[in-house]
Write a protein that binds this ligand. Sequence first.
Ligand SMILES: NC(=O)c1ccc[n+]([C@@H]2O[C@H](COP(=O)([O-])OP(=O)(O)OC[C@H]3O[C@@H](n4cnc5c(N)ncnc54)[C@H](O)[C@@H]3O)[C@@H](O)[C@H]2O)c1
Length: 366
Amino acid sequence: MTRSDSVGVGVIGAGYISSIYLENLCDRFDNVQVLGVADLVPDRARAQADRFSVRAMTVEELLEHPDIEIVVNLTVPAAHGHVGLQAIEAGKAIYNEKPLAVTQADAHRMLDLARQRGVRVGAAPDTFLGGGLQTARSLLDDGAIGTPVAATGAMLTPGHERWHPNPDFYYQPGGGPLFDMGPYYLTALLSLLGPVARVSGTASTSYGERTIGSGPRTGETITVDTPTHVVTSLEFASGPVGSLITSFDVHDTCGSSLILYGTTGSMRLPDPNTFDGPVELLRVGADTWEPVPLRFGQTENCRGLGVSDLAESLRAGSSHRASGDMAAHVVDIMHGTLDSAAHGRRVSIASTFDRPSPLVSQEIGH
Ligand SMILES: NC(=O)c1ccc[n+]([C@@H]2O[C@H](COP(=O)([O-])OP(=O)(O)OC[C@H]3O[C@@H](n4cnc5c(N)ncnc54)[C@H](O)[C@@H]3O)[C@@H](O)[C@H]2O)c1
């Protein structure tokens, strides 16, 4: 795709994660063109605009810009709903960082309004479009493990307050290990196995307080107001049963594990917070895992790949892969898990989505 039919993009939220997005949207993907960056704090927008040679704008200017078709919403989770709705109201497609919204109501309000306005909703994570997880998808589709029967996932760490100078939000509702890291694991599984029909959950808060371990607030104690060890059981509509453990409560080295089990073998998936491999297969009867060469590129930190895919789909009139429907389903699963844990019952997940189509060529957006 040439620059002349590239899709205009505006970025709202010029914080930590905006650097890799701006780097990729400005230089890696030819089918998008960043026309402006905005932030509640104008100095932050100006600094990133100068660094990436784009225009700093106010949020209002950005939303009124006629050539901006996609708003990439990189604000804090609590603002995802409000900023996303504002952009849809302005007639823009949106692409939100994860989670799509903190509340189920906001997530579904965005989808409803977007349908009324005829605009699209996309959302992170887009790591499932990377070379690692696309190789897994291709192997699954080729029947490498037969019919999937189960999946297990684990993200285990003692907590982010050891390294993050302002970790308060990780310990408030909308934070915790499930809302912070769960979207990576859940999106990877959903992209492979499709929608979840029911969930159940167990959740605990092992420590009522946390002590900040870095930065100017080192030694300060913060209170914990959300579960910090969460076990989710996932009943996929297509049949397999999944289990996911996310924890900020255990002494581990941020261990990540994600495995699919099928009737004729098992597949170890990569860390879903990355775009890379490794992917490994264990065939029935074998006693060692066999590494599989990746079948796709885009294995570096390609954050923004989902935006580029959305841009390509807008021009082609096809479905984009990192969809708002799938991201809203993730929000429903996370709330369903905590609801189940609080009330001791299985929770049906009413929402659904179309499983994203696999990549057929090496690269998006070139
Ligand atoms: N930090 C990471 O490693 C990381 C990784 C992956 C995803 N994310 C996600 O990216 C998003 C942003 O994270 P971050 O680490 O960049 O946060 P950050 O706090 O560094 O940046 C967020 C920015 O959004 C701005 N903002 C907040 N509300 C706004 C509003 N209503 N209008 C305009 N600007 C507003 C803030 O001023 C701030 O500059 C979050 O959703 C997070 O879950 C972060």
